[in-house]
Design a protein around this ligand. Sequence first.
Ligand SMILES: Nc1ncnc2c1ncn2[C@@H]1O[C@H](COP(=O)(O)OP(=O)(O)O)[C@@H](O)[C@H]1O
Ligand SMILES: [Mg+2]
Length: 509
Amino acid sequence: MASKIFSATTYGMEGKIIEIEVDTFPGQAVFTTVGLPDTAVKEAKERVSSAIKNSGYDPPHFFGRITVNLAPASLKKEGPSFDLPIALGILKVSKQINSLPEDSIFLGELALDGRLRKIKGALPIALSVQEKGFKKIFLPAEVAQEANIAEKITVYPVKTLQEIVEHLQGIKPIKPLSKQANFLENIRPDKHEHDFAHIKGQEHAKRALEIAIAGGHNVLLSGPPGSGKTMLAKALPSIMPTLTTKEIFEVTKLYSIVGLTDSKNPVITQPPFRSPHHSASAVSLVGGGSFPRPGEISLANRGILFLDEFPEFSREVIENLRQPLEEGEVFISRATGSVKFPANFILVAAMNPCPCGHAGDPEKACTCTPHQLSRYRQKLSGPIMDRIDLHIEVPRLKFEKLSSRQPAEKSADIKKRVVKARQIQANRFRDKKEITNSEMSSQQIEKHCQIDNTGKNLLKQAIKQFNLSPRAYHRLLKVARTIADLDNSQDIQTKHLAEAIQYRFKEEI
Ligand SMILES: Nc1ncnc2c1ncn2[C@@H]1O[C@H](COP(=O)(O)OP(=O)(O)O)[C@@H](O)[C@H]1O
Ligand SMILES: [Mg+2]
């Protein structure tokens, strides 16, 4: 009789159950895999056969024709993580194992010597299958710890095929991982390479960056080469608050899906900082592929996406950012349906004012032709500029400032203010999904961003003078809300609005 065993795969952010059946027929030794397998799944037969033989069991070709069926047939199966359940199915159908539990999920890539290699997606799979009533999950030891933060499923770390066979045969049980009740309390304090204390002057830029992190707003740093734009951006992780429990699950799931978690870093607790190079392709940035995978914008979810030399990115990449910047998630359409990944990041972009870097520089003349200038600026279309809340000039520092020994404010102190402002926001969005002011809907803006008549007049003037779009108007109010939160003020005052307006992109007239 055919054997049946359960495994799983990820589809988008979810785990999907895969039922694996193995059957044998007398005759010539042939091994067939059916049920929309990709190349890695088809090649499982080679790894599985060797692993079984090298673990001391009778290999598949002893038993004639073998058929492996992966169900549901409509779902494409990817990668090598079905090696382990296929091997166990073969051992069962060839009566080398007595029984296979139906309440368990099995996952793992096999090395030819029978060792288990890590797989992708352990956490989203563990979380999904526990909801479907599975009680146990057996998976490679290297990714067992991340799966263990799923609370309702018992996790068995497996190192070799032999180990799991002996467990199933009751010869030598594998010890399941114990659940750490308060794993978040064991998070080590974060250490950062770059600190704002090392950056002299640039108070204006630092203030704007503090606002950006406090409320989750997007930033563009613009200034001549060597003025410290990259340095400022790299110091940002040192003022970002540690992720909340809900964020940790979301971020770790994404990292797990792309295989960036392991036994040393099973859980992501610090906000991500991603800085893809400007040669990056649209797919690597936004996500995609025939088995849709999250891209850099999703790996930056709940953290920072730093795009240095912003106008050097392809226009396609820049335009692709528009929808996720608005919605905080990205949709990848496929013939079989569309997949959604979270992409709620703070965009921090940096650019020189022109290709030579000296447009507007009081000390050095710009050598760019008007044509070069207009091509450079055209890359950054209006809709993108409109979604950037804080436009910051980073001037080159004068020698006196740069050589001054006066210490700048430490990141730890700036972070304290950011954390306070985030607490106010946590209170504001108590039972809601929003975390920062930047995520407010129009109704929420209506409710939380009331302004008095003086403020209204100021805004009216700004809209007229700078030709602000309705989107810009809403974004401006959100920034003003954050500035008021940093000031611990219930109301948005005129001074808060005035500061927010000052950061807004103003088209050159
Ligand atoms: N405000 C500053 N305080 C200290 N060092 C600075 C400052 N601005 C620039 N520098 C120095 O200049 C170098 C270049 O800065 P960088 O951030 O790469 O400039 P940009 O990205 O604007 O071209 C830094 O590595 C640092 O040594
Ligand atoms: Mg730079």
